[in-house]
Design a protein around this ligand. Structure first.
Ligand SMILES: [Zn+2]
Length: 687
């Protein structure tokens, strides 16, 4: 999951008079307990905002010297109220059983967002916080204060009134241009015509879903269910090329001006705030720290992955030549097709074949058991918990680490199966922030796995099992990392370009035959998943790692480059072509306008590199574990203590150093890319 960089924190200010009265009327942590209709939800959110306002007033009213207790504490309390409000509103928006409640969830989310922005741009609060002496012997609090002040400065709160007005206008402009860019992509469906013969290679159910027109031609759209199978399965290269060009042309030319205006506005914002360009502004509060550091990272990963990517391409081309004599190169429009053909021939792995070993209930129990051993915790089901839907599983999490065994750490809610009106994605989110001695953290998973209904075993694909563990990793990071003093220093509050590292690390665990066999048992016979099948699955999933990294470098470089120079002068297509020539062994196709549909430029802007950085860190983390004893060796506990338990009490770079004993480097990534799972010999028989 990806949370926005902004830290949303909170707490229960039980002492404050007005808040105390409100707290008596309702459960201040869980909106769903009392809010049974939209008006009640609105009132519950309003109570949080009234409490937040009271905390801010209390902070501003202080006379005499500023201290952590009289200034940072009410600030954190205000953030806690905002976090409770927005977490619960998001929960209702995503999960409530009626449209009216979901609408109110959305409506209140907007109100809370306005209140958050107001606090983030409040100069009185900023000056009060800036007057608090930095505590010398409390590094976590010191870091919290420094980071909070940095975020205020990045928002422009220390500028004069005219400059602040300009910043607000630029931010509004950026928001509306970002929305316009995304809308042009979402609305920009194009079509491609194909003869029946050109559909060869596509699955039968794909072909039967489409009916020919009076001229005998089939009409295919650029929407994913139509376009993806063409790119992977259609044996006709001309059709693949028509689809490729149409797909990348969905929002061209309309997005060219939108993107240029957006980049000009971002650049203007950056220089107004004192930065040379937007990429430096957007990395100032990240682990990377600057655009120059990002460039260094990309160069290092390039050096490591380039030879392996070349080798992968040469093998792929040799394979394609055997299938199609005379072929001398593969271009971008043909890449997916040949990779699919190669995967089938080389690994003889069918993703459907593992599903009988992964029925949902068994997987959930297996993931809880794996997490228990790895993190030294236990999960106790909470019977009769008040939840928003009867299907939600609730567990209390207890510490089982030496010295802390039996200590309650927090609560998790698992909302795991689809139902009408429910959010369709897979994510992990905080419900309640943690504050030591006052408020235990709570978090939830929102997923849409099969199963959950009587008689349905919910057989999962391997990728779904990995997704489950990935999201569960975010949840554990939140629970374990939110045991500190401040609601704004939980696991989800780490720098945005680090937040995926712990979860990506966990994904690697699920290549372990021992772990998979511990719960992957045939739902009818009880037979554990065969080691040979796991080996084949691992080999198939490991194929193309260097290619994947080089693609990520291509996108990361492009995202960085459009944000680190004068946007008025960029030739978007020429720049992309340059990056393609640098990062791709595949031949570029002439006439593509990649930028027009590169929607990551909206949310990530210059920071698409997050994927690359977190992969480097995740693989380096994983390399510290004993492959033969992943769960029970001493490394797991050391990892928990140094990386997860610390939450956001330190800069992420320090968490990495605390665990590795050094900054991350490329060695483990290089090994990961080049070995691990050897492909089976060509012509190996399928199981
Ligand atoms: Zn994630």
């Amino acid at each position: 999951m990806k949370l926005n960089g902004k830290t949303i924190v909170v707490c229960l200010a039980l002492a404050a008079g007005a808040l105390h009265a409100a707290a008596q009327q309702s459960d201040p942590l869980h909106a769903w307990v009392q809010a049974k209709d939209p008006a009640a939800l609105q009132a519950w959110v309003q109570e949080r905002l009234v409490a937040e306002k009271a905390d801010v007033d209390k902070l501003i009213a202080v006379s005499g010297p500023r201290t952590v207790e009289n200034t940072l504490r009410p600030y954190d309390d205000a953030q806690n109220e905002l976090a409770l409000a927005s977490n619960n509103a998001f929960l209702m928006f995503s999960l409530a059983d009626t449209a009216a409640m979901r609408d109110m969830g959305q409506k209140t989310t907007e109100v809370i967002s306005t209140a958050s922005t107001e606090l983030a741009l409040n100069p009185q609060v900023y000056h009060a916080l800036a007057a608090v002496p930095l505590p010398a012997n409390d590094p976590a609090t010191r870091h919290y204060l420094e980071r909070t002040l940095l975020e205020y400065r990045l928002a422009g709160v220390d500028k004069d009134e005219a400059t602040r007005a300009k910043i607000r206008a630029l931010q509004d402009k950026i928001t509306s241009l970002t929305l316009a860019f995304g809308r042009n992509v979402a609305d920009g469906t194009l079509t491609v015509k194909a003869t029946r013969a050109e559909l060869a290679g596509l699955p039968d159910d794909y072909i039967s879903r489409h009916k020919p027109g009076p001229d005998g031609m089939y009409t295919l759209t650029t929407d994913a269910p139509d376009s993806r199978p063409v790119m992977s399965f259609a044996s006709n290269s001309a059709l693949r090329h028509r689809m490729y060009l149409a797909y990348l042309d969905r929002a061209f030319p309309q997005n060219e001006q939108v993107l240029r205006d957006l980049l000009v506005a971002r650049q203007d914002l950056a220089t107004t705030l004192g930065y040379a360009h937007y990429a430096d502004l957007a990395t100032a509060d990240q682990m990377s720290g600057s655009a120059a550091n990002v460039q260094k990272l990309l160069d290092q990963v390039d050096e490591v992955s380039r030879p392996a990517a070349r080798r992968e391409y040469d093998e792929l081309l040799a394979f394609a030549e055997r299938r199609q004599p005379g072929l001398i190169s593969i271009d971008d429009a043909d890449a997916s097709y040949w990779m699919e053909q190669y995967r089938r021939a080389q690994f003889a792995f069918d993703a459907q074949s593992v599903r009988p070993y992964f029925p949902y209930t068994q997987v959930q129990a297996g993931i809880l058991a794996t997490a228990s051993r790895l993190f030294h915790v236990s999960f106790k089901p909470v019977k009769n918990a008040v939840v928003w839907d009867a299907s939600v599983d609730t567990y209390d999490v207890y510490d089982q680490a030496p010295g802390d065994a039996g200590k309650l750490l927090g609560r998790i809610y698992l909302d795991m199966h689809p139902r009408a009106g429910k959010d369709k994605w897979f994510s992990s989110a905080p419900v309640v922030p943690g504050i030591r001695g006052r408020q235990l953290p709570e978090g939830m998973l929102i997923c849409n796995f099969s199963g959950g209904a009587a008689g349905d075993p919910g057989l999962m694909e391997y990728d779904e099992v990995v997704t489950f563990f990935h999201e569960f990793g975010h949840l554990m990071h939140h629970i374990l990392g939110s045991q500190g003093e401040w609601s704004g220093q939980g696991g989800f509050n780490v720098e945005g370009d680090f937040v995926e590292s712990p979860s990506q690390m966990l994904e690697e665990m699920f290549h372990s035959t021992a772990i998979l066999q511990s719960f992957g048992k045939n739902y009818q016979t009880g037979e554990p998943i065969p080691a040979a099948l796991v080996a084949k699955m691992n080999a198939a999933s490991a194929y193309g790692r260097a290619y994947w990294l080089q693609r990520q470098l291509l996108y990361s470089s492009y995202a960085l480059q459009v944000h680190d120079q004068d946007p008025a002068k960029i030739d978007f297509d020429a720049l992309f072509r340059q990056d393609q020539e640098r990062f791709s062994a595949f031949t570029p196709v002439a006439g593509v306008h990649f930028f027009a549909t590169f929607t990551h430029l909206e949310g990530y802007a210059s920071n698409y590199y997050t994927y690359v950085l977190d992969k480097v860190i995740a693989i380096d983390f994983f390399s510290q574990f004993d492959a033969n004893n992943l769960l029970d060796g001493p490394t797991a506990m050391r990892y928990r203590r140094t990386v997860l338990d610390a939450g956001a009490t330190k800069p992420a770079a320090e968490l990495v150093k605390d665990f590795l004993g050094r900054p991350q480097n490329m060695k483990a990534l290089e090994t990961w890319m080049n070995q691990e799972f050897q492909p089976l010999p060509v012509n190996a028989k399928a199981e």
